[in-house]
Each structure stands twice: as C-alpha cells, then as structure tokens.
Design a protein around this ligand. Structure first.
Ligand code: PHE
Length: 434
C-alpha cells in the first residue's frame, strides 16, 4: 500500500501546496483586523515571536510526523498505539466540520465575483449582504459550487489536481495582490491605513492579545486538523523539512501583511471604519469598489484573489478525510470524493440556512454556522494540536536532533514539544471555552 501512496513532484510543489493551505481567508480578512485591534506593530512583534519560537514547533511536528509515518492520520496514530485511533479520527472529522463553514464563505465569494461582472447597482451594501446571506437557494447553490470546485481538484489526485491548483492559483493570487496593493497605496490618505496597522499601541499588551495572536497563528498556519500531516506524508524521504517550515511560516506572514496593506489604505482613504470579517470583506470593500473608477474590475480582481486563496486552503482541508477514506477504508479516490461531497453538503446546507430560515435553531446558544466556527477554531483545532504534540513528543519520541542541526535549538525544540506548547495550548483551550 505504502508504495502506492501519492507524492509531490518536487520540493517546490510541496511548499507551494503548504503555503496554499496556509494562505486563506484567515490571512485576508482576519489577520489585518486583529492586528489593528490589538495594537498594530505590538501585535505584529508578538505574533512574529510566537510563530518563530512556539508555533514553529507544532507546524514542523505535523509535517515531520506525516513524513515519518507515511500513512493517513488515523492509521498513523493507531500505528503508534491502538489507543490513539480515536484521536486520529478527530482530525478528518474536524476537517469536515471546518469545510462546512469555510465553504459557505467560499460560496459568498463566488456570488461577489458574479456580482462584479453584472452591473447591478447596489445602494446599500449592508442590506444587500443581509438579504443575500438569508436567501436559501442562492447561498446553497454557491456553497455547493465552491465545494464542487474543491472536490473536483481533489478528485484528480495529488499531482494532477492539488499541485495543478496550487501551481496556477497561487501565482495568480500573488500577481493580483501586488496590483491591488499598488492601487490601494495610490489612493489619497492611504498612509492612515498603514498607521492603523503598524502604529504600536503599547496599551494593548495583554494576555488576551497574546492568546489572540496564538489562536490566529494556529488557524492561519493550518495547524491542528491533519492538513499539514497529510501533505507531509506525501514528501519523499530525502527531503529535509526545516527550511520548508520556515518558508511556509514566512510566506504566510508576508501574505497576511500584504493583505492588510491592500485593504486598510483603501478603507481609511474613504474615511470608513475597519470592522471585522464578513463586514469588512462583503460590505465595506464592495462599497469602496462602487466609489472608484473601474470599480467592477477591481472588485472582480479582489474576489478572484479571495477565491484562489480559499480554494487552495479548502483543497488541503478535504485532503485529510479523502486520504483516510482512500487508504483506510479502501475507497477509490472518486468514490471518496463523492462520499465527502455528500457529507459536507449535509452539514453545510443547514449551516448556510442558519443565516435565514434556520436562524432560530441554536446549538449551545449559537447558530449552526457560528457553532461550527466556534467548535473547530476554539476547541477541536487546539485540541488536535495538543494531542499531536503529546503523541509526537512522548509516544513517538520525535526529537529535535532529527530535524534541527544546531544542538542547542534541538534541545529547546524537545522542551517546547513536550512541555511548553502543550501548556500554552491548554491555556488557549481554557480561555477559548470561556
Ligand atoms: N489556514 C487557512 C486560512 O488561513 C485555513 C485552514 C485551516 C486551512 C486548517 C487548512 C486547515 O484560511
């Protein structure tokens, strides 16, 4: 079986796919806002310190464990100890739950691409967004379309599907991003946006800021659901992963910062208030696009950029359950993809409807969409990352010397993996549950 496992064509393809996984909605609509909210440059420095010292550890561990065990994640955990099988299962399940809300936003993006090309004059963008997200048919169709696109690439396999998608979409993403940054910086008063992002506000230093930076780092680096484990398991043996890990971390951070440099100057140039997530991307920016010359074109470029980022992340999320279904349950890749399509659709459609007709249906006081977001980001991902570190550090006995040449840093890695990172993840989980 192991010889039949897919593998990457080159180290470059692997890095591109991993960066494609990391760079997603988390970078474009979450990072810039959180950075502004938590004190700009102060947050940035904390975040950078956190990723190069702490988050680097679960990231390289996921990749290394995947590369070392060369199995889909359930069988991999089981091979370490049969008792860990259940912990393995948590990863593809988390993947299915994440995709069920992530892909809804993917569907919204498709709607806004279509909208950019059709000349519908929208007067009130907040009202439009509200009405659109409540319309059951349109949102369901777009969610399924986004899901289908991810499944389509995944069904074609690692080389022809995943690599192809990343090799075409990631360069396109980078080119559009650079063009949009140039445009945004050319607007009057654009410096105000940069000030908002980078001006250090030391009064914001707090435990909350630290935890916000940690949570953001885990999500944006795709840690804690087996995506990187699975991508790591497709790496050929002779490849070292330390350099790849730093390339992934640096690229992800660079794209997050560039996304902010693209968005905030435009917002401040129009004297608007930066707000979070959905409101920023689907209300504030579309308003700006209607105010500028060639706004339709810029709008299309922006949403295509967002689409590219979300697709490459989406593909990595669904690869975890697909790998399990193919390798563990011996389904053909096509059958696995069809099964997964149905599974995700069965959760995503009710979640889509939770903005409208199913709005009153609450799980622990949250709508289905909010519940899926909460349970994956605040609970399952940190929990999976915690189990991964504990299993790799204590049961698999993964040691720094096998990954890092420098003896001192290798020792620090061991302490981090066995004690520091698990402790921090427990603290994150504790506050995430409050
Ligand atoms: N890292 C992606 C983003 O920033 C989301 C993601 C999470 C992708 C988990 C894969 C696994 O949007």
């Amino acid at each position: 079986m192991e010889n039949n496992r897919p593998s990457w064509t080159s180290r470059f393809s692997f890095i591109l796919a991993a960066v494609g996984s990391a760079v997603g909605l988390g970078n474009i609509w979450r990072f810039p806002y959180i950075m502004g909210q938590y004190g700009g440059a102060v947050f940035l420095v904390t975040y950078l310190l956190l990723i190069v010292t702490i988050c680097f550890i679960p990231l390289i561990t996921e990749l290394a464990a995947g590369k070392f065990l060369k199995k889909e994640i359930i069988s991999a955990y089981e091979s370490i100890n049969p008792k860990f099988k259940l912990l393995g299962y948590m990863n593809p399940i988390t993947g299915i739950l994440i995709s069920s809300f992530y892909f809804i936003v993917g569907g919204w993006i498709i709607n806004y691409i279509v909208l950019s090309f059709s000349n519908t004059g929208i007067e009130n963008h907040a009202e439009y967004f509200g009405t659109f997200t409540q319309s059951p048919v349109a949102t369901s169709v777009y969610t399924l379309l986004f899901l289908f696109t991810c499944i389509f690439f995944a069904a074609r396999g690692v080389k022809k599907g995943i690599e192809f998608a990343n090799n075409t979409l990631m360069p396109m993403f980078a080119v559009i991003l650079i063009c949009l940054i140039c445009f945004s910086l050319s607007l009057p008063n654009s410096h105000l946006g940069l000030e908002y992002m980078f001006k250090p506000d030391f009064s914001k230093i707090s435990g909350h800021m630290f935890l916000a930076a940690l949570g953001q780092a885990l999500f944006t680096l795709s840690i804690g659901m087996g995506a990187l484990f699975t991508y790591g398991s497709y790496i050929k043996d002779d490849k070292s992963i330390l350099k790849s890990t730093y390339t992934i971390i640096l690229s992800d951070t660079m794209f997050a910062l560039l996304a902010g440099i693209m968005i905030f100057p435009a917002i401040f140039s129009f004297g608007l208030e930066p707000n979070s997530g959905a409101g920023l991307v689907f209300v504030t920016l579309p308003y700006i696009f209607t105010q500028i010359p060639h706004g339709n074109l810029i709008s299309a470029a922006f949403f295509i950029l967002l689409f590219a980022a979300a697709i490459t992340s989406g593909i990595s999320i669904i690869e975890v359950p697909i790998a399990s279904m193919v390798e563990r349950f011996k389904l053909s890749r096509t059958k696995a993809c069809v099964t997964l399509f149905c599974l995700i659709a069965a959760i995503a459609i009710p979640a889509t409807l939770s903005f409208g007709v199913l709005g009153d249906l609450k799980l622990f006081g949250k709508t289905i969409f909010d519940f899926l977001d909460f349970i994956t980001s605040n609970i399952l991902m940190p929990l999976n990352a915690l189990f991964l570190c504990l299993i790799a550090g204590w049961a698999l006995k993964l040691r720094g010397v096998t990954l890092i040449k420098n003896k001192f840093f290798a020792k620090l890695f061991d302490i981090g993996l066995k004690f520091v990172v698990p402790a921090l993840l427990i603290i994150l989980l504790y506050f995430g549950l409050k």
